[in-house]
Design a protein around this ligand. Structure first.
Ligand SMILES: Nc1nc2c(c(=O)[nH]1)N[C@H]1C(S)=C(S)[C@@H](COP(=O)(O)OP(=O)(O)OC[C@H]3O[C@@H](n4cnc5c(=O)[nH]c(N)nc54)[C@H](O)[C@@H]3O)O[C@H]1N2
Ligand SMILES: Nc1nc2c(c(=O)[nH]1)N[C@H]1C(S)=C(S)[C@@H](COP(=O)(O)OP(=O)(O)OC[C@H]3O[C@@H](n4cnc5c(=O)[nH]c(N)nc54)[C@H](O)[C@@H]3O)O[C@H]1N2
Ligand code: SF4
Ligand SMILES: [Mo]
Length: 762
């Protein structure tokens, strides 16, 4: 891949100070460079210029929403969106000849970056038991083999179907329908490792597992908290929305251990002023909190708000909101008043003055939004933390009114839609009833396996067959060595994928690669050209229509692969028209309109520019919890504490990767170039540990099970992170995350609070 001068690297680590602003001209230049390197100017025009436009291609990157039709810029994408789309639109190809040249063992020696760089998968391939290579196989035989193996299982629960959030609504609906008609709820997904904790906390407190704000709310808020998220890298167009918040007079408080560039200053590349000027300051305050300190921070803020109310009764809390809409206030306030300042200061690493200054800002703001992402969800006390944020919002009635609310910022472009379509191992009875009514079979009612439990079941030989619909399960999951061993135990693994990754080379006895169309490509079926739909982070469902010639003539769409697999597996077992689904996705949407709440007249409504905003009961004053009201909760949980000589490690994304797929070894905003094998440590901790910048270390995680988990060959980088808190890149460090290290309520891996020691290697 071509490098610009500030990214030139010879594989040697170079470190410069972290950047103080995000985007601007370098973002535009990088976007174009990636595009031209991977594809051609014509293809770039077809992809980038239609991206996020009405009737265009939905960006395959993150789930950030698009402005209303008529308010979109002609370049409605960010640097990273351009990278992600071109990573799919690349003209490089992985052909059967490639697999003849490389054994599977050879491929397993290659880096994640190298595997991805080989290009798009072009033909179905099979690895037979004991074989060293993948070899070509026809679609009919590949799907027949998979269907036979599924039918040979002793129980449908010996299969698991994993989904990653790039899958369209139509494909997700067909997948969950097939799995349930086959007889299992084993539908683990990437959400189990992503926003599962948000879903649990919001469901319990508000009765709906999704956020409550729209783009307009964000732009017209008085005060926006950005907690545990790095928008400059992971949701770059959020910065354009936040720029408008600022221009409208709103203020922003960032809560993050790291001084991320996008939290500081933004130069909007879509505006002349953004290109030549100093840009806009994003965060008015940055609270450099210790890892896992957020529960303590929000408990302290809630205590301070209650005290302010006691000092000026009627002036602080929104009693009308609390009395009309909530339960549990008294118990919560008693608990909040017991919040211990010594613990707050130790857990957060902040000063009391810093926290009181935030309280003062809150007291002058009528409309408050809290945004969050993985910095909150990937902790052992993630659910309690997010519940405490709901308490915080409810105290001043910051729910269900314009400019206020809860905003979990979603990762994958359709991760939220996949859940809406029923990809969840514990869908509620109402959904299963609707499925039964529509399709006339009894869906299984017992809960299925999530990602962590699926790994355990594979390890124990209870799950024997694993199908991955998109994603890279082996690399995304925690405890890499354990997960790899679990996958290798399987009789058969099959991956429906666009690009080569580790999950194709760490595989079962028999393994299938089922290559599929990406979102950028024309999807033509027997009734004509198809489009698909997705749901963004703010619950708007809209279309995505591919523009490019498919990467290979052999590719099938995800809907086609899943419908054919269902037909070959189930035969005439159920009266479900799989063939019609494949021929016309409109017929899938018709079914969705009758099964999924909020989707009535789906085909007609989704064709309108801007799509369908799904109803959000909270914004209509309805809280569909079992008690019919929003619920105040009392939350406890300690921030992770490292013993003497140890650190707490978070695993995060660089500026130049898409989840398990690094594009290069550079992390431009953090000033780290040429290597991803780095661990960022506070300079005073380095001194105390007797280490110096660039020292070589192994990172070893400490967990009571006695298993040694080691990420070898790292270099230490001195970085402005709080004392005791280190950071390193995911997925390389997943090897350090014990499978049992989860939030016990959501079962989400706590990938941002791993206790480690650094062992010098020379
Ligand atoms: N370019 C790009 N975009 C992406 C992705 C990608 O890989 N690349 N992935 C997509 C996906 S699936 C997701 S889920 C999102 C992820 O988006 P993010 O959640 O922004 O991703 P992470 O890199 O995991 O960063 C977590 C942030 O939280 C901070 N943090 C860590 N621990 C704590 C804590 O205890 N408290 C607080 N307050 N902050 C903490 C970290 O310093 C970091 O800034 O991005 C999506 N967008
Ligand atoms: N330690 C640690 N672990 C983590 C995280 C962390 O922060 N720290 N983050 C977690 C999070 S938030 C997530 S979401 C997961 C991500 O887990 P996944 O979603 O499983 O991983 P991705 O890297 O997004 O998957 C990339 C692969 O998807 C395939 N793909 C891409 N586009 C398409 C498509 O359109 N169709 C099909 N069929 N395939 C496609 C390509 O083959 C590509 O190689 O990882 C989780 N794991
Ligand atoms: S902000 Fe997200 S959705 Fe928008 S262009 Fe960038 S990566 Fe794509
Ligand atoms: Mo994610």
């Amino acid at each position: 891949m071509r490098r610009s001068p500030d990214e030139e690297s010879n594989g040697e680590l170079t470190v410069t100070p972290p950047k103080e602003w995000a985007a601007g001209v370098p973002a535009v230049t990088h976007a174009l460079e990636y595009s031209l390197d991977q594809t051609s100017p014509r293809r770039t025009a077809l992809t980038l210029l239609t991206m996020n436009q009405v009737d265009g291609i939905d960006c395959p990157g993150c789930a950030w929403p698009d402005p209303a039709p008529g308010h979109r810029h002609k370049n409605e994408y960010c640097e990273n969106g351009a990278k992600h789309i071109n990573d799919e639109a690349t003209t490089k190809r992985v052909t059967p000849d490639f697999f003849r040249r490389h054994t599977i063992a050879d491929l397993n020696e290659r880096s994640d970056e190298w595997l991805n760089e080989q290009g798009r998968l072009t033909e179905p391939m099979v690895k037979r038991p004991g074989a060293e290579h993948y070899e070509p196989i026809s679609w009919r035989n590949a799907l027949g083999l998979l269907a036979d193996e599924l039918n040979a299982l002793d129980s449908p629960d010996e299969a698991a179907f994993y989904t990653s959030g790039r899958v369209s609504n139509e494909a997700a609906f067909v997948l969950q329908l097939f799995a349930r008609a086959f007889g299992t709820n084993n539908l683990p997904d990437c959400s189990n490792m992503c926003h599962e904790s948000s879903g649990f906390a919001l469901h319990e407190t508000l009765g709906i597992g999704k956020g409550t704000v729209t783009l307009l709310d964000l732009e017209h808020s008085d005060l926006v908290f950005l907690v545990g998220q790095n928008p400059g890298t992971n949701h770059p167009r959020q910065l354009s929305a936040l720029e408008r918040t600022k221009l409208n007079g709103g203020r922003i408080i960032a809560v993050n251990p790291l001084p991320e560039a996008g939290l500081r200053r933004f130069k909007n590349p879509q505006k002349p002023r953004g290109v030549v000027g100093r840009g806009v300051q994003i965060a008015d305050r940055l609270l450099q909190i210790r890892l896992g300190g957020d529960l303590a921070l929000f408990r302290a803020l809630n205590r301070l708000l209650l005290e302010a109310e006691a000092a000026a009764p009627g002036a602080v809390l929104d009693r009308d909101f609390i009395d009309a809409n909530t339960v549990g206030f008294e118990e919560f306030s008693e608990h909040a008043r017991s919040t211990d300042w010594t613990q707050v200061l130790a857990d957060t690493g902040l000063t009391r003055e810093e926290i009181e200054a935030v309280r003062d800002e809150v007291l002058t703001a009528d409309r408050v939004i809290v945004c969050w992402a993985m910095g909150l969800t990937q902790h052992r006390h993630a659910v309690p933390t997010i519940r405490e944020i709901v308490n915080f919002l409810m105290l001043r009635g910051n729910l269900g009114k314009p400019g206020a609310g809860a905003c979990p910022v979603r990762g994958h472009s359709n991760v939220q839609g996949d859940r809406t379509m029923g990809v969840w191992e514990q869908m509620p009875d109402g959904f299963l009833d609707a499925l039964q009514e529509e399709f006339g079979f009894d869906p299984p009612r017992h809960h299925g396996l999530d990602s962590v439990n699926a790994i355990r079941a594979m390890h124990e030989g209870k799950v024997k067959l694993f199908v991955g619909v998109a994603g890279n399960f082996v690399r995304a999951a925690p405890d890499s060595d354990f997960t790899e061993a679990a996958i290798r135990q399987c009789r058969l693994t099959a991956q429906i994928s666009t690009k080569l990754n580790r999950s194709h080379v760490v595989c079962g006895d028999t393994a299938l690669i089922l290559p599929t169309l990406g979102r950028t490509e024309h999807d033509v079926q027997s009734t004509g050209e198809q489009f698909v739909t997705v749901e963004n982070s703010m619950s708007v469902v809209h279309t995505s229509r591919g523009r490019l010639e498919p990467s290979s003539r052999v590719l099938l769409s995800e809907v086609a692969i899943l419908s054919r697999l269902a037909r070959q597996t189930l035969g005439s077992r159920h009266d479900i028209p799989w063939e019609t689904f494949e021929a016309d996705y409109g017929t899938v949407r018709d079914r969705i309109s009758r099964v999924v709440p909020g989707f009535h007249d789906f085909n007609a409504r989704v064709a309108r520019p801007g799509g369908i905003p799904l109803p959000n009961p909270v914004n209509e004053g309805v809280f569909p919890t079992p008690v019919g009201k929003a619920v105040f909760t009392s939350n406890t949980g300690d921030a992770p504490r490292a013993p003497q000589g140890h650190l707490v490690l978070q695993t995060l994304r660089s500026h130049d990767q898409w989840n398990t797929v690094p594009y290069t070894s550079n992390d431009r905003y953090r000033g780290i170039h040429g290597s991803r094998q780095v661990v960022m440590v506070n300079p005073e901790d380095l001194t105390e540990l007797g280490l110096a910048e660039r020292d070589e270390v192994d990172v070893v995680s400490v967990w009571p099970d006695g298993v040694e988990r080691r990420a070898a060959g790292y270099q230490v980088v001195s970085y402005p992170t709080p004392r005791g808190c280190a950071a390193a890149y995911y997925p390389e460090t997943n090897v350090l995350v014990p499978l049992d290290h989860v939030d016990p309520i959501s079962n989400e891996p706590a990938s941002k609070s791993i206790i480690v020691r650094l062992e010098p290697t020379r």
